[in-house]
Structure formats: C-alpha cells, structure tokens
Design a protein around this ligand. Sequence first.
Ligand code: NOJ
Length: 737
Amino acid sequence: MNRRSVLAGLAGGVASMGLLAPSATAAESGGRPPRDERVEALLDKMTLAEKIGQLQLVGDENTARAALADGRLGGVFSVVGAAKLNALQRLAVEGTRLKIPLIFGLDVIHGYTTNFPIPLAQGASFDPAVAATDATVSAKEARSSGIHWTYAPMMDVTHEPRWGRIAEGSGEDPYLAAKLAVAKVRGYQGDDYGKADRVAACAKHFVAYGGAEGGRDYNTVDVSLQRLHNLYLPPFKASVEAGVATVMASFNTISGVPAHGNGYVLHDVLKGRYGFSGFVVSDYTGIQELILHGLAGDGADAAAAALPAGVDMEMVSTNYAEFAQRLLDQRRITRDQIDDAVRRILLVKFRLGLFERPYVDESGEVKAPSPAALAASRQAAGRCMVLLKNDGAVLPLAKSVGSVAVVGPLGAATYDLNGTWAGLGTGASTTPPVTVVDGIKAAAPGAAVTYTAGCTVEGTDTSGFAAAQQAARAADVTVVVVGETAAMSGEAAARSTIDLPGVQQQLVAAIKETGKPFVVVLVNGRPLTIPYLHDNAPAVLEAWAPGVQGGHAIADVLFGVVNPGGKLPVSFPRAVGQIPIYYNHENTGRPADPANKYTSKYLDLESGPLYEFGHGLSYTTFRIDTLRLSETRMPARGGRIEVSVRVANTGSRAGDEVVQLYLRDPVASIVQPVRRLRGFQRVTLAAGASTTVSFTLTPEDVGFYDNAAQFRVEPGKIEVYVGNSSAATLSSSFTVV
Ligand code: NOJ
C-alpha cells in the first residue's frame, strides 16, 4: 500500500490573502535522479537479485562477508580501519560478478580522529566556519582510512532539552540550523566528494525527530504541515540545495505515519518538491520497526511501505533482501521503484569515484590527530563557549594568579569532554582530551594548581565536600567544573529533569560557603536548569563538550587568551516544567503579564527563559545602533532590502559580537512567531573599533509555509529587530507590498 499522501491530506484550506511563492510549484510526483550513462549501463547488466543486493547496508564485518558470499550487499557501516575496509572491498570488487564496490559509512559526527566540540556547541559559535572546519578535518581523516560516507550532519531542530540528541544538532532555530548544516555539508563534500579528502554527507534525521513528545527518544511526533515546513524542514531543504549526497529517515512517526513509511515527506517533499537526487538510507532497523510502530503487519508489509515511500537503502534489517522479489510478484512494489533506488545508490558510488578507486592507500591512513587538526579543534572550542554570567568581571583570571583550586567531578575528566559520538577513528580513542586541570596548569605555569573532585557527576556522596572546601580556602580562586558525563546526552539519553545531576549543585553551594572567589564551568550536552548558579555563582561559563583540546580551550577563555563570543543556540529554561520553551514561539491571545492572572503563564514561575536564545556575554562591551533600512517597502516578488547597523566595541579589549537580526510579521494568515532569526554575523573588533554590519532581506525571509504547505508572502508590516540576543530592542519596520 502506498501511504504517500496521508499527511498531505491534512492540508487545510487557508483563506487566500497573499501571494503563493514559486517554491510551491515543483512537481509533487517524486523526482528522479539525473540520467547517468554509467549507471544505466550497469543497471542494464544487473539481475534482480543483484539490484536488491545494492539496497542492503550492514553494520558488521561478519554479516558483510556472509552477504558478499551471495554477492548481495550495497554497503557496510561501523567497520573502521583501512586494512579491514580494503579487505571487504576486495571481496566485492574481485569476488562478485559485476565488481560493484561497497560504500563504507560511519557516524563521523564531530570528528573522526580529532574530536571537535559537539554540534550543539558549534551552534553556539554562530559561525558556519567552525562547522565547516570540523567537517573538512573530519572528512580528510575519515577518507584516509577508507570511510566514504558520514552519517552527518544531524540537523534536527528541537524544542526539547530533555531529548539527549539535542547535543547532536544546532538547537532550536531552523535558520541557524540550516546555515550550520550547509556549512557542514560543504565541509564534508567539498565541491566533489569523489576527492581523496572528502566524504559523502547524510542529512539526518528526516524528519521532525526533534519533536519527540516529552523529549523521550524515538517518541511520537504529531506536527502541523505549517510547522513541519517552517520549523523542521528548512535545514534539509537547504542541505539538498547545497548538494547533500544522502538523507537518513528518522525513527519517529510524523502525524501518525512513521518516517520510514512516509511517502509524503520522503517521496513528495524530499524527492519531489526538493528534487533530491541522492539516496535515502533507513536508520538502524528503521524499516523493521514499522512493525512495532503498527504500520506494518510483518516484514513484507514493512518493505512494501518503505520502498514506495522512498527509503532506498535498508540499514541492518533485511526486509528488502528477503521480500522484494515476492512483493514484486504480488505487484505490491514495482521494478521501477527498485531501479530508482538502485540508480540513486549507484550514482553516489560513481560520484564517490569508487569504481575507479575502490581501495584506500593504507599507508596514508591518519592514525593520530595532527598538530594542525588539534589547533583547529582548540580554536573551534574557544569560539563555541558562552559566557552566561560574569558579575564584577571575576573573569578573566589573571595569568599571574598565585593559586587555583580546580574542583568538581569534571575537572579531571578526559573522554567526557568529547561528549556524545566521540570520533570512532583510528587513534581517536588513544588520544584523550586535555583535562581542565591540565589546561589551567599550562595556561598559568606560575600558579599552584590543585584538583579535588568533591563528588561524582551522578552520585549522592557528599563526603568529598570538606576536602573541596579546604582546597578552595587555600586558593586565590576556585574553578568548579560540573555538568554531565558524555553518556548523559546523545541517542537514547533522555533525562526527565535537566538539573545539574547528583550533588553537584550542593558542591557549588559548599564552595560558595567558603566566601572565596569562584567561577563555574559547565560541561554538558544540553541546556540545564541552573537558576541556582545564576543566583549564586559570580561567573558561569558554558563550555559544552568541547572536544579533544577541551582543557586548553577552557583555560584559553578563563584566562582571557580567548574572549568568549558564543551565544546560546537554545533557550535555557528556569525549570523543567516550562518545557517546551523557545524564543520563536507564537503569541497567545493572552501573552504573559505578571499583573494579570488570566494570561499565559505559570502561577509558580517567572515567565520567560533563564537565558534567552542568542544570549552570551563577552569580556568587553558592545554597542549596536544606527539601524538603517535601504527601503521602506519590499515588493513581494523580487524585493530586496539592505539592513545595516553600527556595532562598536566600547570596552577595553578586543572581542567578538554576534549581531543578530530578527523579524516579526504581526498580522498573517498563519500567526507568526514573535521573532524569527533571519540573519547573524559574528564580528571581531579591537577595543574602541566599530564597523557596519549589513544584512540583505528578500521575500524568502518574510514568507512562511501555510497549512497547505504553500509558501506565502503576504502584504503588510514586518518588524525588524537587531541586537545581540533574541531580546534585541533596536527596531524598525518595512512593508511588504
Ligand atoms: C542510529 C542513529 O539514530 C543514527 O543517527 C545513526 O547514524 C545510526 N544509528 C547508525 O549508527
């Protein structure tokens, strides 16, 4: 059964009050990959069994060998090492009739041999160059050891800090997520992913996975068409436009139809409307899971739902391999559908250059991070850090400080600094991250530096507090390093509270009790509810999971070698009960008003986040003013407005500011978010220096998708806000005509 149009059926009628923009006109019939002579010639020679074999992806060597013995395998993932991969490739190229090479995939998420900060941290950099650098370094390392294909970038927008996989994406904003996704796709693929230092990327997870109810991984997602297209799809659309080679289906349902059987999102939107010409891979047993979801009665049913919906390659489960022939005989799937899937897979293999160069040069395999890669990772980590609070300029610390007590369970952590999805590459696991203690020792060689854990991350034992207090009393300043272990975020790592785990908050309180100066460094993979820290710690630095150079990068910021310029890519709630809380929400008819009971708020909690999206401090200060618009009117077709502001560094040291532009459409046929990010630029300014930052706005920036999934640009006023967070107050407006 083809369930392609289930979601489209939700499309409601919307009062016509504006222009439908051209992106709505693309055929919804399912795009075809471009015709390629090499692919067609090969396809002509293939038996049905060989074709079905190309659709199978397996995740271990033994299964791969068994499948290859039958000549029925398209690719292998999660096998690492040039020699091993060459050996497998030899079986395919020398041992099968048509010598079709295997594609080798791996989760190279934020590093292969050299770990970079986690993707959420990269979101905080508001700097696509950070994402591009990670991807470029990772691609080179991975390809050198025979990996052709990474399961990244992850671009799931989410409003759910409980969801562990928030660590893998860029946070809550579709515009920011799209910019970083595109930077990563380009970084991995370059202009030709056939080159020896590039890999094919995979946009994942398609789609709306970040909407998991309650933040519980793999959970149900029920989403309106307008939200699907305005919130979850933009990074995927942008990645397809940037040429992403592959896309991975997501584990969740989308309004009742699991993504793996969802023809609306895969066939109609991705392959049809977006014209995606690469292939769609299932997630791990995602096709088989259609049975437990309740969409399919058995494996044959699952295959019959997934293939027509648009899943081309099956990861781990084997329903295509087992049932495709029978389904064809029963006319539940077509030869065309199989050929289309095979074509897409072969096209990517040709583009990877696998037919000309199936093997990797084992002597060139990167086995340890290079000095240049380490330097790039350290620099990236510095750009990702967010100074949440800094009362009385307690930071930066003076390099001449006499003594520093490092306290807290993460102060001497190594692998936890890599966060989730640490690099799986050869050498990565033998290169532990630099600890915060070691980073501080290196940054202040003259200081006496001590380390006392005080407690563990998740334990309840407070017997170490006394020693920690003693260390704090003996030192000029204490750096308290608390947060989450790497295992507490990422896949299948949802938390029902997002407080500092264990007794870490009590540890901070114990240090405060000493009356000595202290700062808090957070290492974590998600927003945390930290009103206590906000009220009690003089300074809080959000370091995320900063990667292999984490300790150095944190010390760079603590001692002011790097002036922090990162901004939050996600709101930090005051309490878990406030979730979902996100800056780009719709207004209610009764916006929160503390003076009026009958407004949208909690009785027992101040409204709004603890730290808003886009928030982040610096060791210097900035002024943003002189907001100018080149026009007061924007034609809905072809219009263009330049927005400019002056930004000045008004403090006494060089620093970075992220100038952010938000729009609001106060009256629209689909009520619009109170603000939407539509531009950002990170600038570095010397003390006293100033510059002009400009943004170009077009109808694409002011339009939105309606509940028929049509892009609309409606006439009327658009408010513009520019500043250094989503709470920006500098404003102007123009009119769409
Ligand atoms: C499951 C995860 O959801 C996905 O992100 C990952 O790429 C695959 N496993 C393969 O490891």
